[in-house]
Design a protein around this ligand. Sequence first.
Ligand code: NAD
Length: 297
Amino acid sequence: MTSHIAFIGLGNMGGPMALNLLNNNFKVTVFDLNQDAVKVLTDQGAQAADTAQSAAQQADAVVTMLPSGEIVKSVYLGEDGLIQCVQKGTLLIDCSTIAAEDAREVIDAAHEADIGMIDAPVSGGTAAAEAGTLTFICGGDDNDFKAAKPILSAMGKNIFHAGEAGAGQVAKICNNMLLAIHMIGTSEALNMGVSQGLDPEVMSEIMKASSGNNWSLQVYNPYPGVMPNVPASRDYQGGFMVELMNKDLGLAQKLAERSNTATPLGALSAELYQQHQNQDGSGLDFSSILQFLKTQS
Ligand code: NAD
């Protein structure tokens, strides 16, 4: 039974995820470059390590939640990388959202060293990270997936095995491209209806009971004031940043190019979100694309 986890990357997502491991009676050793983020976890009973390597050396499994593929590769690969310093039998789980080929490169290196590893990006955002209800979308060998499941279950509700190494990243990026498309579509529909004098709340109820129903309408309404407790009703603060959506849409467009797949709406969404970030969307939740549309009329 895996009981001691090294958790590396304690940001908006990783912090609450590590806390849920602690609350589920795992022993947790943490590392982050940001000492304030480390202190939040040590105050709750986690142990702190001076380096990622020393955290990982003591653990049965390592979970990483880092911003980019470049950083994930710098943490795992090379002479000082985690793959070279963990004990045989340690399971590596990377939950960051990164390109599928970066995930495969790291997992291949782990397998060469006879270490098990899966990619396990998440869907659900910071609220789900706090509530322990994330969706994990995994790629890798069956045995590694099965070994990771009890750990992931302490942080999430739905745990999928999408396929081989990198498959979790592919499924995650396809999902987030669709999320951007229906958030923009929902914002366009609400904005046009309101311009004709309709109440955004009434319009939302009509579309939820009609063929336009979708996740953005159900739980993440982009129109301010329609739904309590969503970023749109607190000036688009918190939530899933425009910058992170742009990262994911960039990964989706690279995948579309490599796989020679037509994604015209994905490409347009990437363009619109980039324009929004350049204009005034930086630092706002991604549902603020509605504000951007208002400036386009
Ligand atoms: P974040 O920027 O809040 O946290 C990243 C953390 O990693 C920071 O605390 C940073 O100090 C730390 N870090 C960076 N380099 C490091 C290194 N070399 N060693 C140790 N720690 C290091 O980011 P986040 O919002 O927690 O996102 C993390 C990942 O989760 C990203 O890949 C993101 O795309 C993905 N994701 C985020 C959300 C969301 O809603 N925020 C949702 C799903 C997936």
